[in-house]
Design a protein. Structure first.
Length: 129
């Protein structure tokens, strides 16, 4: 056996080994791609499933929020109307009292005015001090 034939044999074996390693690496890359694609498909299916499940829940929450808003608006309108009625009732009672007892009404108004004036005078003196 000559050195040339031995060298050729070693070179052929090295090429064969390199081709085998290259093929193994390509197979590993393809296998990794396949697993990654399969994982992505599973994840996509999971996301679609979650969207389908979440959509009715979101719709239900939106409906509840709209119902709550409508009830709140109605409650505020009722409360406003009730307050208007009470203020009107108090105004009517005050008007009746003034008509029935004008002298007392003037005296009460004068006393209330004097109390307010005294309070304002005391506050203005306190600020100036």
């Amino acid at each position: 056996m000559s050195i040339q034939s031995t060298t050729d044999k070693v070179a052929d074996n090295a090429r064969h080994l390199a081709n085998n390693v290259l093929q193994s690496a390509q197979d590993a890359v393809q296998s990794t791609r396949d697993v990654a694609n399969e994982s992505l498909d599973k994840a996509e299916t999971g996301v679609r499933h979650l969207r389908r499940e979440a959509s009715p829940v979101i719709d239900d929450l939106a409906t509840r929020a709209q119902d709550l808003a409508a009830r709140s608006i109605d409650f505020c309108a009722d409360t406003g109307a009730r307050a208007r009625r009470q203020v009107q009732h108090a105004a009517d009672a005050t008007t009746r009292y003034v008509v029935q007892q004008p002298g007392k009404s003037v005296a009460i108004a004068a006393a209330a005015g004097a109390v307010v004036a005294a309070a304002l005078l005391a506050l203005s003196r306190r600020r100036n001090s």
